[in-house]
Write a protein that binds this ligand. Structure first.
Ligand code: KE4
Length: 429
């Protein structure tokens, strides 16, 4: 097999930026991406045979580690019966039944093929049932790459958004309003300025696409109340937090009910799966039983369902994994803080459950503006130092570190030792 270097050279000729998703290209941290050849448990091995402790975990899906025997068994047993039929199978029924049993407040599910598709469909459902067009999202939250979600705060912030990407029509962006995470006042102002026009407020219950920013006490509860008063629906985008913060996700973890919940990542066990879910009344508005159209050739794909069911079954039967992962993440957060302190590096670490993120700043990070005060050069130096020590982290300051049930004590101690070495170098910068 070619080395990563050679593979990247070839990739750049036939894939934009040499990748199939921008963050993988290492542009935020410099250097060239590692082409991964295999994964087992908490470790991955690249095309040059170098092994790493993996804290990306495919950006969340590998909550039980790579190549879990039960998941591989489920996939191999299913695939010999055929890969896809474009017809109903028992597996998608079992998947939906399992999700409904594990997650509070949802009664029906529609499977799709990615988190982006789940969010795009949830927004259409909210707009369809309310008859309203506008959506409120939060600066720094990411909900996939559908047009409505690639928008940043427009001028004045109380008017429509401005496209965040070429190719997003102004008309689409105009219906997306942007508030500040952890600021109920900013949501209230938008609802007031757009009375009766807001179909939904969509939020990451833990913002894990600007690093990791937890909701302040009362924030999610406050959004629930604002939605109830204004007639907007509350959408929890749980593509990352779903089945990760708890078996029942953020609705269980924070005891806040959302009207619609979106999923991805973990429910596919590593295969391409997304879903959106809600109570029966809302979901029965979706075609073919209702007027809101949404479809997909590979939705509920039997091989992907087999992987997702196996993963959810393991999470449901091992509730102890959640405490284990949270303790592991807390250990890592403290180890990073201690290393930064020992070496005089200005850094804060946010951690919620199995998610954590170090920010190279001296101030608390509770919103996007605060996250942006992080020294991304320092982050890049930290990333590359840890990579040299065999620790594979997110190649961007604005992503999370994912602890899995497969990470061992020695994995965590390796991070602590590596951090001490790397931070020693950082403080000389
Ligand atoms: P996908 O379309 O990538 O499956 O899901 C989009 C999405 C939606 N909502 C949330 C909260 C998400 O975090 C994501 C995707 N997450 C990023 C990582 N932060 C995917 C990594 C990538 O883009 O390559």
């Amino acid at each position: 097999m070619d080395t990563s270097e050679k593979l990247f050279e070839r990739a750049c000729k036939v894939l934009p930026g040499g990748v199939n998703s921008p963050v993988r290209a290492f542009r935020a941290v410099g250097g060239k991406p590692r082409f991964i050849q295999k994964g087992l448990g908490s470790h991955i091995t690249d095309a040059d045979g170098v092994e790493y402790v993996d804290f990306v975990g495919s950006w969340g899906p590998m909550i039980l580690g790579h190549s879990h025997p039960d998941i591989l068994k489920a996939v191999s047993e299913q695939m010999v019966h055929g890969l896809s039929f474009g017809a109903p199978t028992a597996l998608e029924v079992e998947m939906a039944e399992r999700m409904v049993a594990m997650v509070p407040h949802i009664e029906m599910v529609r499977m799709v093929n990615s988190g982006t598709e789940a969010v795009m469909s949830a927004l259409r459902l909210a707009r369809g049932v309310t008859g309203r067009d506008k959506i409120i999202k939060f600066e720094g939250c990411y909900h996939g790459h559908s047009d409505s979600m690639l928008v940043k705060a427009g001028s004045g912030a109380l008017t429509g958004g401005a496209p965040d990407s070429k190719g997003v029509p102004e008309g689409v962006a105009a219906d997306t309003l942007t508030a500040q995470y952890n600021s109920l006042a900013s949501v209230e102002a938008l609802l007031e300025a757009n009375k009766g026009q807001v179909a939904a407020v969509i939020v990451e219950p833990v913002a894990a696409n600007m690093g990791v920013v937890p909701p302040q006490d009362g924030f999610l509860q406050g959004l629930r109340k604002l939605c109830d008063v204004s007639g907007a629906l509350l959408i929890f985008d749980e593509v990352i937090t779903g089945f990760r913060l708890a078996a029942g996700g953020a609705q269980e973890y924070f005891h806040v009910r959302a009207d619609i919940v979106t999923y991805g990542k973990i429910i596919g066990g590593g295969m391409p799966v997304g879903a959106y879910a809600a109570g029966r009344e809302l979901m029965e508005q979706v075609a073919p039983c209702g007027p809101i159209y949404q479809a997909g050739t590979l939705s509920g794909n039997p091989v992907a369902m087999a992987a997702g069911i196996a993963q959810l079954r393991l999470l449901e039967t091992h509730p102890e994994y959640y405490g284990q992962m949270a303790r592991g993440a807390a250990y890592l957060a403290q180890a990073l803080r201690d290393a930064a302190q020992r070496h005089g590096v200005s850094m804060v670490v946010n951690q919620v459950g199995s998610l954590l993120c170090p920010y190279f700043t001296g101030q608390p990070v509770d919103c996007f503006a605060a996250a942006k005060t992080s020294d991304t050069e320092q982050y890049a130096a930290y990333f590359n130092g840890m990579l040299r020590e065999g620790i594979y982290l997110a190649p961007s300051q604005y992503e999370a570190m994912f602890v899995s049930a497969a990470h061992t004590e020695s994995d965590l101690q390796r991070v602590a030792a590596a951090a001490d070495k790397v931070f020693a170098g950082l403080s000389n910068n």
